[in-house]
Write a protein that binds this ligand. Structure first.
Ligand code: TRP
Length: 357
């Protein structure tokens, strides 16, 4: 497929969050939907997937591990099926290897207001209770760099979890604002595409609402690696045996009959959801199969089996990744990303008067 043809296909862009301990919720909620999207739209859309390594230290991390962790994360996405190393349909890169991200972020900073960033719930959550001296400007600025990540590539679709809705909206706001401000320079917009609104994003992802897998122990809370009760969280590094143990001791209820009811039977509903995702079947089909049955133990066993076979397949795949091939693919992706980002940055520089128009 030639570059020209590629550039006419709508672009789908995702940031693969760099985490040291990914969970099955990350897999089911983000990695799996993405790999299904890449399969579904691989021929008609242009997929960009990158690791936002510059974003990863807006809160404290161990910097000795960052470089390797970033590569490890790409490997995890490959093993989990989101990235196909032998396909040319997906461009993968590390954010910091494409210097235009940071350069554009600075320019966007000057068209973003303190109040807008101060209203971001993620910023408020992560900074609350902390002294001003320990909250970094990087954390405050996080959404602007994210806007640069997206606007640099004229991305139309950006599959995201529901905690990222505000970030998508501010990206649109900043993009449209700059388009309006410089419409005398580029009549078709400095950014020829800004991402679609949230509703259209969900439609593209085939979801009526974003997914949220819950803790096995406390099914009213989302499953998260920072949960203090580890027995409710399944890590991608758990052995199938440990995972099965966690599933078998999942919290359910005392109603004694299986029903997909998120309000009254959140634990059971969570298990049914996990099952539907792993088996790649519609939720209704799974519910039909299980509703009315009385053995929670059977349901847990079915879930434990699915998770176990997924984990062993995934962990096997992880060991077999050809590191050299992976590094080549990254370097190739980074070259292509620099080309596209470079052209876009030049438009912005021309618009704001840094380069000759
Ligand atoms: N903020 C995203 C998350 O936490 C990660 C991210 C950074 C991202 N830049 C992005 C996602 C650009 C999509 C597009 O998941």
């Amino acid at each position: 497929m030639s570059q020209l043809q590629n550039s006419h296909r709508p672009r789908v862009l995702t940031g693969l969050r760099s985490n040291s301990n990914l969970t099955i919720a990350n897999y089911l909620g983000a990695i799996l939907p993405m790999s299904r999207l890449a399969k579904k739209y691989g021929q008609t859309h242009d997929f960009f997937m990158f690791v936002p390594d510059l974003h990863s230290f807006t809160t404290q991390i161990n910097h000795d591990e960052l470089y390797q962790n970033t590569i490890q994360n790409v490997k995890i996405y490959v093993a989990a099926g989101a990235i196909d190393l032998s396909s040319s349909n997906v461009t993968i890169y590390r954010q910091s290897f494409v210097s235009q991200h940071a350069e554009l972020a600075w320019i966007l900073d000057c068209f973003t207001h303190m109040g807008e960033l101060g209203r971001m719930t993620q910023y408020k959550d992560k900074s609350s209770g902390q002294q001003n001296e320990s909250v970094t400007v990087g954390l405050f600025n996080y959404p602007v760099l994210m806007a640069a990540d997206i606007l640099l590539y004229n991305a139309q679709y950006v599959p995201l979890g529901d905690d990222q809705k505000q970030h998508l909206e501010i990206t649109r706001d900043i993009g449209l604002r700059i388009n309006e401000r410089f419409k005398d320079v580029f009549a078709n917009g400095v950014f020829t595409t800004v991402p679609e609104p949230w509703k259209q994003q969900l439609e593209f992802s085939g979801l009526s609402k974003a997914l949220r897998i819950r803790s096995l122990r406390n099914p009213t809370k989302k499953m998260s690696k920072s949960d203090t009760d580890e027995s409710g969280v399944i890590l991608l590094s758990d052995t199938p045996k440990i995972a099965a143990k966690k599933v078998m001791s999942a919290t359910t209820d005392s109603l004694g009959q299986i029903k997909f009811d998120r309000v009254n039977q959140p634990g059971v509903a969570n298990l049914l959801e996990i099952l539907a995702l792993l088996q790649d079947r519609p939720q209704e089909a799974i519910n039909c199969e299980w509703e009315g049955k009385t053995s929670y133990g059977d349901l847990k066993k079915a879930v434990a089996n699915e998770i176990g076979s997924f984990l062993s397949k995934f962990q096997n795949g992880l060991e077999q990744i050809d590191e050299q091939k992976l590094m080549q693919k990254l370097q190739h992706g980074e070259e292509r990303a620099r080309e596209i980002a470079g052209a876009q940055l030049l438009r912005v520089q021309q618009a704001v008067g840094l380069r000759q128009r």
